[in-house]
Design a binder for this molecule. Sequence first.
Ligand SMILES: Nc1ncnc2c1ncn2[C@@H]1O[C@H](COP(=O)(O)OP(=O)(O)O)[C@@H](O)[C@H]1O
Ligand SMILES: [Mg+2]
Length: 275
Amino acid sequence: MTGGLTMRAETADSRTQPAVQVPIHVKGVSKSFMQNGVPLAVLDDVDFYASDGEFVCIIGPSGCGKSTLLNIIAGLDRPSKGVISLHGRTLDSRLGEVGYMQQRDLLMPWRSVLDNAVIGLELKGVSKNEAHARARALLQDFGLAGFENEYPHALSGGMRQRAAFLRTVLADQEVFLLDEPFGALDALTRSQIQEWLLGMWRRVQKTIVMVTHDVDEAIFLSDRVYVMSSRPGRMKLVQEVDLPRPRLLEMVTQPRFVELKALLLASVRGEVTDG
Ligand SMILES: Nc1ncnc2c1ncn2[C@@H]1O[C@H](COP(=O)(O)OP(=O)(O)O)[C@@H](O)[C@H]1O
Ligand SMILES: [Mg+2]
């Protein structure tokens, strides 16, 4: 296939530009919203990419445009400027091309956990029986066994998020966008969730782009971390995380981890938050 894998020009900045065509490539994306008749600049000339099978995190102060960036990648919103390509293809509509777990879990209150989980499969035309069978096979792994017939209001925040994540995993897109997926925790601690997420990532072999506000979490999970400035969000720092895998909890005390954390914190610090 010509035009498939093309090498980039040697002049490209290797920190912000991938070497080959990748699942997600955002180039020079800016976005403004009209608020009270005045344009509000939310994203400013953002470059971003995620390669095949990578785990990439985005951190930045509240209100800097992280969710807006994911909305644009997912095709729910359009950039004011710039290009988004998926595997080198720039599509008019990207809706349904990537799996997206939004910041709010967006479960349908009138559907059971099981019926919420299979929405993506139903949209793909998978039969209800088959879809339910696939969902049931994962209930245990997602800590939802025994809750499949419950409605969202009966679940804890953490369970609702896991149900939304199960729906994303079942839809089986190549790329998952996760917007602060585990903010509402229940019985599981943050580190348990992180280890679980890494295990799931290894199993499903997807490309994951995750927004978090937690620097430790970003380092622990990622191959590369992007730090955004406060609004209008720019990519302030792009940092490769050169820690070996599998990642182990004891790594957080190792010198390289501590060094990366200092680098990222120095970048995050000084950015003002706008709730
Ligand atoms: N649809 C919209 N219309 C107008 N303003 C918006 C819209 N969506 C987001 N914004 C504004 O854009 C800014 C960035 O929002 P968001 O992307 O949600 O930030 P983050 O996810 O980093 O906290 C905020 O000031 C928000 O009010
Ligand atoms: Mg957000």
